[in-house]
Design a protein around this ligand. Structure first.
Ligand code: PMP
Length: 292
């Protein structure tokens, strides 16, 4: 197995209450969730050893698992304690954290009652990368109708077309793709939410067909505290070039400026200016400040 990051070799992954060495943390080839995409997961970040919005992430993890008919195998408090343990044992201060609830390999039957429900919590060392504003295209793949895959469930099943969209975007020279919802409105990017700025006002899509990210909610609160108006609305592609700034939000990427969006017939270039930079700075202060 290729170990991408040398720190991982010394790390543990918390699996069902045990600390398992990174290279020994394996699951069976017949794992139910691997075959049917039925896993619930989170993407979290620790700053100075504390996970930002851990309660919100844990609640979302539990809710996602329940929506997939998996009763969480550990309680809210046990999941919080497991986070503290794994961060301490892996001696990490700033890291990305990936909890995942999945069905085991006891059966390939869709609904076998013998199937186990498992929890892992892995930490990933964050290596500093060059900050770059993103160039986006529009994916040809759309977010599913909320009646076919509930948008607030962070389930691995949601990510299939996001992965295809992101890899198609990268193959065409972009950093990521915007996905439209089933109606054709702008929804989100493949791992982040999206915001626009017009006349000192934030504009962002209504989160009824995509994940209402915890960072998105934090940015909306932060912007309001800073006295900025925030408007949630359905956004059509045709109106994108009336916006001055554009940025993405997500736990891993935090706040990231968007340089351009390429449509079939034109490329819209945004300014990387005042409001994006202000929110980026304020968010960075907030995530670090909470734990000083
Ligand atoms: N949309 C998608 C599809 C995502 O994967 C993520 C990352 N979890 C987000 C939005 C942003 O969510 P959050 O701010 O909670 O990280």
């Amino acid at each position: 197995m290729a170990i991408i990051d040398e720190n991982k070799a010394q790390q543990y992954i918390w699996i069902n209450g045990e600390l398992i060495k990174w290279e020994e943390a394996k699951i069976h080839a017949l794992t139910h969730s691997l075959h049917y995409s039925g896993a619930a997961f989170e993407g979290e970040r620790a700053y100075e050893g504390k996970v930002f919005k851990l309660a919100e992430h844990t609640n979302r993890l539990i809710e996602s698992a329940r929506s997939l008919q998996m009763q969480e195998p550990y309680s809210f408090e046990e999941i919080i304690d497991a986070h503290k343990l794994i961060i301490k044992e892996n001696r990490l201060v700033n890291c990305y954290i990936r909890p995942l609830i999945w069905r085991g390999g006891e059966s390939l039957n869709m609904t076998n009652k013998m199937l186990s429900v498992n929890l892992m919590i892995a930490t990933v060392h964050l290596t500093p990368r060059a900050e770059k504003n993103f160039d986006l295209n529009i994916s040809r793949w759309r977010k599913p109708h909320p009646n076919s895959l509930p948008p607030q469930v962070k389930s691995s099943g949601h990510y299939n077309m996001n992965i295809v969209s992101q890899s198609e975007a990268k193959a065409d020279g972009y950093d990521d793709a915007i996905m439209l919802d089933w109606r054709g409105y702008v929804a989100e990017c493949t791992t982040t939410n999206i915001f626009f700025v017009q006349d000192q006002q934030l504009i962002t899509p209504i989160a009824d067909a995509f994940l209402n990210g915890i960072t998105r909610q934090t940015i909306i609160e932060l912007a309001k505290k800073l006295g900025l108006a925030v408007k949630e609305k359905y956004i059509k592609i045709e109106e994108l070039d009336s916006y001055e700034e554009c940025f993405m939000t997500g736990t891993a990427l935090e706040v990231r400026g968007v340089n351009s969006i390429t449509l079939t017939e034109k490329k819209i270039v945004f300014e990387y200016s005042k409001i994006t930079q202000l929110l980026k700075k304020e968010y960075a202060n907030l995530v670090r400040k909470e734990y000083e």
